[in-house]
Structures are given as structure tokens and as C-alpha cells.
Write a new protein. Structure first.
Length: 125
């Protein structure tokens, strides 16, 4: 059985990268990160996912799934599900009818798992 993996990239960074796709100017490779005063102390990544257009949300979840080295070529649909251990979670359905659960940590770090792994961990019935 494969243990669930923590995604090294944050969803916030993936979302920001996707948001920049419509930008007319390319981002500088060595851009200076924004100062602390330019960004909120905490970001509600779950709320950001909820308010994204469907295509952007699916692409963000796809990035998390791929970063976790899970099989998925395209996320066809995604739906928010009941929180897991108090953390917001989404179910993403891939083109091969495989579903992944993406659990969002407070820092934007995603954990990608499936129902079998959740049951084995005692987190699902």
C-alpha cells in the first residue's frame, strides 16, 4: 500500500502561477518576493480554491496531484468534500475515472490520497 504524500509546492504558489498566465508581461526569473506588508499574514487557501473558476481550480488540483507523483493527465471535475481531520478537502476526478482526495493544510500544503488510504488510516468508512 502506498502512503499518502505531502506535496512540496503550496497550492497558493500554484494558484498564483496560474493566475499569472493571463498576464501580458512575463515574470522575471529572479523576481524579488513581495514584502511582508504586501501580503496578508495568513491566506485562506480553501477559500481561494472555492472562488476560483472551475478550470483554474481543476488545474491547481491537477498540479497538486502531479506534484505528489500520482497518476492523472487531466482533472475533469472536482468537488469539495467533508473536511478530513478538520482540514478542507476536495475530490478530483481524473480522465481515467480515478479519484484523488486533496487535503489542504493551513499553509497551503496539499496532501494527496485516495479513499483506500483514508480507510487504512481510519479517516474514512
Amino acid at each position: 500500500m502506498r502512503a499518502s504524500l505531502i506535496v512540496p509546492a503550496t497550492l497558493g504558489l500554484a494558484a498564483l502561477a496560474l493566475a499569472g498566465c493571463d498576464s501580458p508581461e512575463p515574470a522575471a526569473e529572479n523576481a524579488v518576493p513581495p514584502q511582508a506588508a504586501d501580503t496578508p499574514a495568513e491566506t485562506d487557501y480553501a477559500a481561494a480554491l472555492r472562488t476560483m473558476p472551475e478550470g483554474q481550480r481543476n488545474a491547481t488540483l491537477l498540479r497538486a496531484i502531479r506534484d505528489a507523483d500520482r497518476a492523472c493527465q487531466d482533472v475533469l471535475s472536482a468537488a469539495e468534500r467533508a473536511p478530513i481531520n478538520g482540514a478542507p478537502a476536495w475530490t478530483a476526478t481524473c480522465e481515467n475515472d480515478v479519484t484523488w482526495t486533496v487535503i489542504i493544510g493551513a499553509s497551503g500544503t496539499a496532501q494527496v490520497t485516495n479513499d483506500q488510504e483514508l480507510r487504512a488510516a481510519g479517516l474514512a468508512k
